[in-house]
Design a protein around this ligand. Sequence first.
Ligand code: SF4
Length: 476
Amino acid sequence: MNDLEIKNVVENPTDDAEYIREVAEAKRALELWTMEPGFQEEFLAAPEATLKKHGLSIDVFSVKVLCINELAIEYQKRPLEEFPRVARRYRGFIREKLTERNRMAREACVPSHPAFRAWRWRQLNRCWAELGGKNASLIHGPITFELDLGCSVGCPFCGVMAGKLQKVCPYDEENAPLWQGILSFLKETVGDAAGQGTCYYATEPLDNPYYEKFAEDFFQVFGIEPQLTTAVSMRRPERTRAYLLEALEKNRRVHRFSVLSLDILHKIFKTFTMEELICVELLPQFTEAPHNRFAKAGRARESDSLKVEAADGNTIACVTGFVVNMAERSLRLITPCGSSAEHPTGEIHIAKEFFSDLDDFKRVFMSMIDRYMQTEFSKEMPLYLRPGISFDKTAAGIEFSREEKFRLKFLGADDLPPSLYHSVLDKLQAGGKTAYDVAGELMEEKDAFPANVFFILKKFEQAGLFLEPYEAPKLA
Ligand code: SF4
């Protein structure tokens, strides 16, 4: 066996049981490090004995390289071959997961509908300006589903401020065909990207006793088992295990358990083997966990007792598109933003409408696309640069920036000299000029070719620098 070889652990996993075991043990060591109070001190004082106490036989140095910040940073710069074996394999596992996440954002979640696709890219690019590096962790899924109205768990940190559980959508003779019809319609309209959604959003998936049936239909239409994040993995552990086994059998992907207390963490460790949890991320969401961090969004914004991240501007929202609620039969159009007094949950709520049956769903869905999503902006539309972004003219072109989060350069070239970028920016500063206005004025004043001006405006548009037509009137 080539000791340096990195093997897949999630998708098409290796059948090398020893390899999987080592990755699972490294994962457990990190879970203990980040969630078990006292583990770090114990490990640093007596590393081997501490690992043994927790049933881990991996080497101490690998755990140190993965867990101790200074060592982790030092090794980050080194090629993978220089890592101790277990740490190397664990890093390979993390890379596998990150590669998949990036593939989802860049490819799998891209809608086939042209206007939806263009709008989603603009929002995704806008989020670089608003969220900085945090945007890399958002897949901007185009469609997601809720099977209930509200959530039974009531987490004090809930980033999307889910209300109390009010209604569950039964899988019955009325809802099952409606659900199947909606999925098929979305597959036709949005393409396979609709299958990247989850069957929860501001809901707890396992609140719905029919979750498995809904998920099975989803699999039949998209060939994908929807990703599950549950905060009640231990409410009925046999249900959780059965679902996970079946879901991972159909297609292997990463699911998540929100861990709400130390007691729940211990129960999870006792109930599931390390190998069973290899495709399950455990999210530390209790205050005693040493590495617990709550995103400052939703209910966590209002909390003094949680260790929320200090600054505003966070979000856990990862949908740029529609949330279909099956319990109240509604359709919401949302996109992430930094949380603020105006958008406490870190979502821009663009629209919400209700539907009564499948035909009505199709009508509402298409009318929302028509109303809010443009493939490209009309040249007769007044243009407004997004507020909060600074624009600097440089010798090479223009630089857009927002606080420390984002910096975007547009560099001049032969046909498009920096001076033309400067002139276009001057015309846009006041807001309200159309593309025709800008091109016409610059043709007269600077002999600029309209095609070149339109090209620059298009680049700004695609970068998400202009307000959308449905936002612009607010400033007018
Ligand atoms: S975080 Fe999830 S489980 Fe907790 S209240 Fe919000 S939606 Fe429910």
